[in-house]
Ligand binder design. Structure first.
Ligand SMILES: Cc1cc2nc3c(=O)[nH]c(=O)nc-3n(C[C@H](O)[C@H](O)[C@H](O)COP(=O)(O)OP(=O)(O)OC[C@H]3O[C@@H](n4cnc5c(N)ncnc54)[C@H](O)[C@@H]3O)c2cc1C
Length: 493
């Protein structure tokens, strides 16, 4: 099949019947027609259509090594610097389409599957079947252009207790309840799967918080399952559009859902790891999957930082506030944020090298810096929109009002230094949706926790950073100046 069109994505989704609860109802209509899901489905379909646009085809697709069909660039195994640059351009083209607000576009996990498949020998440590399985699965997803999402974290019942003692000594997290000749039976829950209800496939991967003790074995696995597998249920948070065609909420609300496994049967050929806590903890790092995933994320967050810079600049133009020095200082902060992201991505690509599995892989230090820095640094972006926009973010009729009875008043009283009333309303509605609305709140939370808890990530970053050379340099400096001081003291006055 190769790279899908939007229509092909929609048709496949419409033919599936996953179990989804949202806004107080169980979904019975085809997913692409459900009012809470239709907007984001349309946006994902647009991404698939982009793969076939004349000016983007060579950016977003390449020739499959097995079928010869055009397939998504994010599946491409990079062998040199040009391949990495092509991958990044593809990530960026998709990210720009949503101003960086779609966080779970297929390229994110396609990158993971590419790296995992290339490192398939690593899976042999557990079972040679798993190596075959991951290779075959990657190829299937690539050739059918399937949309995958992942779920990693166990339910948030009691973070002070182990997975087997969550409440009253009971297990809540998804675990292996049984095994048979055909596969494993999974029972329990995982905390979240963003876009679960509109994806084709769910990757139930390790969360990297296993302690590596034998009791963790039933929680140690990696497998893939189709989103309408019997016994799989999604319980969604409420959707964020409220039916009023919000510029972002109406298009890019990537529904987040709790995932319940009610004795879900996973066939052996979909199992990639089982009962190996230590290997599960090393799953992303030993295979370089984390590096390629972060390469995609850095391209997306660059797109987001650039979008905020564009929006903030349009706002300062619109209401004539750019001459104020504190506004300039704030804008300069965003300029440096964009520059920092550009620099980190370029550095990661410039220092890339071939990993032990033969994959040309970006340097980790710049990407690890980006993924530890951006989640916290980016929290200032919506704050600046609120600061710049002030009451302009509330004096904000809907698009229907702009075209309705209030039209003349909007044109007269909501115009700005550079924009007509309707233009200003459109710009500030975007600002509201990126900085004030429920959609905006969810975006902040998403960025902050994207790679996990930033607090524990900071601890891991410290642990992984060899600081001895820096300590040594300071020690030698102290030794040197103390010698100089001793010599100086020794000189008679
Ligand atoms: C919008 C959104 C979408 C998401 N989508 C997905 C998804 O698609 N798939 C997926 O798998 N996950 C998803 N996540 C989950 C995300 O990976 C987690 O939010 C993140 O890993 C943090 O874990 P937690 O939410 O369980 O927080 P918790 O671990 O419950 O932490 C809550 C608070 O307690 C503190 N805390 C808890 N335990 C410790 C500890 N041991 N030491 C120090 N402090 C501690 C934390 O610092 C934090 O302040 C999503 C999250 C959000 C917000």
């Amino acid at each position: 099949m190769g790279a899908r069109t939007g229509q092909e994505y929609i048709e496949r989704l419409a033919a599936t019947r996953p179990t989804i609860d949202i806004n107080g109802e169980r979904v019975t209509t085809p997913i692409p027609e459900h009012p809470a899901l239709a907007g984001v489905v349309r946006s994902y379909a647009e991404l698939y259509d982009m793969q076939h646009e004349d000016d983007l085809r060579d950016v977003l697709t390449y020739e499959s090594p097995s079928s010869g069909e055009r397939v998504g660039t994010s599946f491409m195994v990079p062998r040199d610097a040009d391949d990495l640059a092509k991958r990044r351009s593809a990530f960026k083209a998709w990210a720009d389409h949503s101003l960086g607000t779609l966080g779970r576009t297929g390229d994110y996990l396609n990158s993971a599957l590419m790296a995992l498949s290339e490192a398939s020998d690593w899976f042999e440590q557990a079972d040679s079947r798993f190596a075959d399985n991951i290779r075959a699965y990657y190829e299937k997803v690539r050739e059918e252009d399937l949309l995958t999402t992942h779920t990693l974290i166990p339910p948030q019942a009691n973070r002070a207790a182990g997975p087997g003692q969550q409440v009253d000594g009971r297990t809540l997290g998804a675990h292996v309840a049984d095994e048979d000749d055909n596969g494993v039976i999974i029972r329990g829950a995982r905390m979240l799967a963003t876009i679960g209800p509109i994806a084709d496939e769910l990757l139930v991967f390790p969360s990297t918080i296993l302690k590596g003790v034998p009791e963790d074995a039933p929680y140690s696995f990696a497998f893939a399952i189709n989103c309408d597998a019997p016994g799989l249920r999604f319980i969604c948070r409420e959707n964020l559009d409220y039916g009023r065609n919000h510029p972002l909420g109406g298009r890019f609300d990537e529904v987040d859902a709790v995932v319940i496994f009610d004795d879900v049967h996973v066939p052996w050929e979909r199992v990639f790891m089982l009962g190996e806590p230590e290997l599960c903890n090393a799953f992303y790092t030993d295979t370089s999957a984390v590096v390629h995933m972060t390469h995609q994320v850095a391209a997306r967050t660059t797109a987001k930082a650039e979008a905020f810079l564009g929006l903030l600049s349009l706002m300062t133009d619109a209401i004539g506030i750019e001459k104020f020095s504190h506004i300039q200082e704030d804008l300069a902060r965003v300029v440096t944020m964009v520059g920092t992201m550009h620099g980190l991505v370029r550095a990661a690509e410039a220092d890339a090298a071939t990993n032990e599995w033969g994959v040309f892989t970006p340097a980790w230090e710049p990407l690890n810096t980006a993924r530890n820095w951006f989640p916290k640094a980016s929290q200032i972006l919506p704050e600046l929109v609120r600061k710049f926009g002030a009451s302009g973010l509330m004096a904000l009729p809907t698009e229907e009002d702009v075209a309705g009875e209030a039209q003349a008043d909007v044109e007269q009283y909501l115009q700005s230094a550079t924009l007509s009333g309707p233009e200003r309303v459109r710009l500030f509605r975007l600002a509201w949706d990126l900085a004030v609305s429920g959609f905006a709140g969810r975006q902040n939370l998403y960025e902050y926790y994207f790679f996990g808890d930033p607090v524990r990530m900071a601890g891991a970053l410290l642990k992984a950073t060899d600081r001895d050379p820096y300590k040594e340099r300071v020690r030698s400096f102290l030794d040197r100046i103390s010698e100089t001081e001793t010599e100086t003291e020794a000189v008679p006055a």
